[in-house]
Design a binder for this molecule. Structure first.
Ligand SMILES: Cc1cc2nc3c(=O)[nH]c(=O)nc-3n(C[C@H](O)[C@H](O)[C@H](O)COP(=O)(O)OP(=O)(O)OC[C@H]3O[C@@H](n4cnc5c(N)ncnc54)[C@H](O)[C@@H]3O)c2cc1C
Length: 475
């Protein structure tokens, strides 16, 4: 059955996450034609935003009416200080709160606490039951952090693409005491199963990009989050206004097949109709692209693209929120990396309504193990870890607990995981092949098509703009 609109669209965008929405906005705002190109976004979910998703949790309270709190189930932090999200934040005067950069995946411990509230991160050695402050002088800890920081100083031309981060660490003689810490920090943040699956070359390329292009974590700004009950979804909602999603986007439409054989691309959806378009921008997550039974291309994707795609892994990412009436962590502690523990990362914040949130963040194997255990057991584990780290009793922690919520991103069928990580063997050239269009008809965007900025919202946004500009050049 053909779409009710007999016309052929100028561009159909598949996926209304950060990349798709930015692509749509660019097409509408930066064309050089008497009227804007005709545009349609198709989104499998019943909401926009993809991996940016804020929800409101209601929190029972005995003394006052139930209160509620907004939490980011997906992306939460604004990485860097000179990205297009930072620009949006500045131009809209949105309130932000600086974030201490704790996880080595986000750059290693900073050399100072946050400038606004003097908050800092701590590191928990699970086997030794020992807590280190970010500036602890434990020689093994210092050496590990220095090794992470100096990744950006390595020369990509001299790196064997078959080397993993674990191989590099071995050559640096990092103490095995820090293996669990680097897995909980760098590997968990990168969403890879272990440091031995993570490409050294690609990681160095990312780190150099951050250092050269954005100054992430090492300049005055550092990472931040929107504060005063604002969230990452506010970024998406702002873009959605410019795209006029009510008019230009269809929700709950899963694309099954893209036929790009003829002059016009035919897009078949689960709703059973066919939409025709001169161009298509595909922004679906990498795991969907890797699985022809989920999204079928005719003719098939070229073999170099398929083999490049296989060099990405994409595993689960899970967040567990614990909402307390009293903080059960020291007031200056903003986050923690936990080695040799079932939960590798936690971060803490207090809301304007005086609720105190602990977010446990786990990816890959950590996430699948917690998912198998289920929310009740995962909450017990978190309470026990909090009491081991901050020497208070689990019962006392439990008495302050008001509500919990757990989300696993592998359970969302049109996303199937957290974010992509580069496997050993991958380099920038593979990403360029993944992003390469098919005959000026099918274009690709999304976090996995960015050559530099890693798996972030602003990277996804930039790729959407680049793909949309390529479409405008062809129309
Ligand atoms: C738990 C978690 C925490 C994160 N934390 C951060 C953070 O703090 N900071 C940060 O910058 N980044 C973070 N990220 C990464 C960031 O969220 C992603 O890199 C970014 O949002 C990806 O955007 P995208 O547009 O490429 O993909 P998506 O947001 O996944 O958008 C793709 C869209 O395509 C749709 N789709 C898929 N298949 C089809 C189909 N067949 N038909 C129609 N539609 C389809 C999907 O439903 C989805 O909405 C986090 C991610 C997760 C999961």
């Amino acid at each position: 059955m053909d779409d009710a609109q007999a016309d052929i669209y100028d561009c159909v965008i598949i996926g209304a996450g950060a990349a798709g929405l930015c692509a749509g906005r660019h097409l509408l705002q930066h064309h050089n034609r008497p009227s804007p190109p005709s545009l349609l976004l198709l989104e499998a979910l019943l909401r926009i935003g993809g991996r940016v998703h804020t929800t409101t949790l209601s929190v029972p309270s005995s003394s006052s009416p139930p209160s509620s709190v907004r939490v980011d189930l997906g992306a939460e932090f604004i990485h860097g200080s000179t990205t297009m999200i930072n620009e949006m934040v500045r131009s809209n005067n949105w309130p932000t709160e600086e974030v201490f950069t704790a996880a080595q995946g986000d750059g290693g411990p900073d050399d100072a606490p946050t400038s606004d509230h003097q908050k800092y991160g701590v590191y928990y050695l699970g086997k030794e039951k020992k807590l280190l402050r970010y500036d602890d002088e434990d020689p093994d800890f210092v050496k590990m952090n220095e090794s992470f920081w100096s990744l950006a100083d390595l020369d990509p031309a001299e790196i064997d693409p078959e080397m993993s981060i674990a191989d590099h660490f071995e050559s640096q003689q990092i103490s095995s005491r820090m293996t669990g810490m680097s897995n909980a920090g760098y590997s968990n943040t990168s969403a890879a199963p272990s440091l031995s699956s993570l490409s050294l070359l690609r990681t160095v390329e990312y780190e150099r990009h951050w250092k050269d292009n954005d100054g992430c974590c090492q300049d005055d700004g550092g990472d931040c989050r929107l504060s005063n009950d604002m969230s990452m979804s506010d970024v998406i909602d702002r873009i959605a206004v410019d795209v006029d999603v009510g008019k230009n986007c269809r929700l709950g439409v899963k694309v099954d097949r893209i036929d790009w054989e003829g002059d016009v691309v035919k897009i078949e959806s689960s709703a059973g109709y066919i939409i025709r378009s001169r161009t298509v921008i595909v922004t679906v997550p990498v795991k969907i692209l890797q699985t022809p039974s989920l999204l079928f291309f005719h003719p098939p994707l070229p073999p170099p693209k398929v083999s490049s795609l296989s060099l990405y892994g994409m595993e689960d990412a899970l967040k567990l929120f614990l909402i307390f009436r009293e903080p059960v962590w020291p007031s200056k502690v903003q986050n923690c990396i936990l080695s040799d523990s079932p939960i590798p990362e936690m971060w803490f914040r207090s809301t304007p309504s005086n609720l105190h949130i602990c977010c446990c963040f786990a990816t890959s194997t950590f996430a699948s193990n917690l998912k198998i255990l289920g929310e009740v057991k995962a909450v017990d584990i978190a309470l026990n870890l909090l009491s081991s780290m901050f020497t208070n009793s689990p019962q006392q922690n439990k008495s302050h607990l008001l509500s919990t919520h757990m989300i696993s991103w592998s359970s969302t069928p049109s996303i199937l995981g957290g974010y992509s990580y580069p496997k050993v063997g991958m380099s920038e050239s593979h990403v360029k092949l993944i992003a390469e269009p098919l005959e000026s008809k099918v274009f690709f965007a999304g976090e996995h098509t960015h050559v530099g900025a890693g798996m972030t919202v602003h990277a996804a946004m930039e790729t959407g703009i680049m793909a949309a500009q390529s479409v405008l050049n062809c129309l």
